[in-house]
Design a protein around this ligand. Structure first.
Ligand code: HEC
Ligand code: CU
Length: 335
């Protein structure tokens, strides 16, 4: 064999063996220590088996972190909020899913399970504390929610028994003689006189439909109550878009249906496990005594020992309003 051929063979051998070794060595050895990408492995187990491990992680702002989630027992799902738009979908046992994130500012984020993995599924949450690298001991507190602050200032008790906060004088007791129809209400609307406070979204959020019924009946004497209720069903579902409602429906199915039921019947698989009965949004006699801003406050803050979790650390205010808008569609839609 000529020397040149031997030399070529050695070079080829070095390339065939050397390149993969270099690549693998770079990926597993050099890269994690040489760059600022941090890898965090998080195991997922149903809450009674330990939940997320670790349950709390700290990340300096500006640093890129890869979170790698592995389901250890049953199928889970992972989303991270608020406002990050991260939803990894279901993760089956043995499967691993990862997301790489860079947080620009200090703050607190929540990773949470989106799949019905056990009765305690909704307890499955963990926190990402993003710290200021220059001031690691400082933990920013979130600003108070202006909607909840306004309710407190107004003296509204968001934990009051259902239907007792609206000051409704029972002048027109709520009776539903036929299924609600927002479409019918939309058709009637041009012939109705709508009081100013019901003509703007902000006004609708601070009135119950029962109060709206009193106001509408006053302004439209002689109108049938069933027609006025249809007009309200329209007004209370008109402040959103089909896209927003569809996105909120996904949030509802992932986070609420287990207790409140897929169609809002208050009859989800976990309904029997909570201290109090989950409310049935599909029942207009209940929902029409509720204010949207109170529903919003309840979703963000949760109940006090009732079994209603808080979702303020999972969803943005916009997502919470979208959920409220979705709830109003439940008494008017037939499964
Ligand atoms: C683990 C069960 C559970 C889950 C999950 C759950 N809820 Fe509830 N929810 C309850 C219970 C029980 C109540 C009734 C007690 C109370 O009002 O605190 C309730 C009450 C509420 C109320 C207050 C009604 C009122 O009259 O004050 C709203 C609004 C609500 N839930 C919305 C939601 C939304 C939206 C989700 C999902 C993002 C959700 N819930 C997820 C159990 C649950
Ligand atoms: Cu889970």
């Amino acid at each position: 064999m000529a020397r040149r051929e031997l030399f070529a063979l050695i070079v080829l051998g070095l390339i065939v063996i050397g390149v993969p070794v270099a690549v693998i060595g770079y990926q597993y050895g050099v890269r994690p220590s040489a760059s600022s990408t941090r890898l965090v492995d998080i195991d997922l187990r149903a809450p009674q088996n330990g939940g997320f491990a670790p349950e709390a992680i700290t990340v300096p702002a500006g640093e890129t972190v890869t979170l790698r989630f592995a389901a250890m027992d049953v199928t889970h799902g992972v989303a991270i909020g608020p406002g990050l738009g991260v939803d990894l979908g279901p993760i089956d046992p043995g499967e691993v899913k990862a997301v790489t994130l860079t947080f620009d500012h200090p703050g607190t984020y929540t990773f949470y399970c989106t799949t019905w993995c056990s009765d305690d599924h909704w307890r499955m949450r963990g926190t990402i504390q993003v710290i200021d690298p220059a001031n690691p001991a400082f933990v920013p507190t979130s600003a108070p929610d202006p909607v909840i602050a306004a309710l407190i200032a107004e003296g509204v008790d968001i934990d009051a028994a259902h239907g007792s906060t609206d000051g409704h004088d029972a002048e027109h007791s709520l009776t539903f003689t036929r299924p609600l129809s927002a479409e019918h209400g939309a058709a009637l609307l041009p012939g109705m006189s709508v009081p100013a406070e019901l003509n703007v979204p902000a006004g609708r959020r601070t009135h119950t439909p029962a109060q709206a019924l009193d106001l509408l009946a006053e302004a439209n004497s002689g109108a049938a109550q069933a027609d006025l209720l249809d007009v309200i069903a329209h007004l209370w579902t008109a402040d959103t878009s089909p896209e927003t409602v569809a996105a909120a429906q996904d949030l509802y199915n992932q986070n609420c249906a287990a207790c409140h039921g897929q169609y809002g019947g208050g009859d989800g698989p976990a309904a029997g496990t909570t201290a109090e009965q989950p409310v049935a949004f599909a029942d207009p006699a209940y929902l029409f005594e509720m204010r949207s801003d109170v529903l919003y406050a309840k979703i963000r803050r949760g109940g006090m020992g009732t079994g209603m979790p808080n979702f303020g650390t999972l969803f943005t205010p916009e997502e919470t309003w979208a959920l409220v808008d979705y709830l109003w569609t439940l008494p008017t839609s037939t499964p």
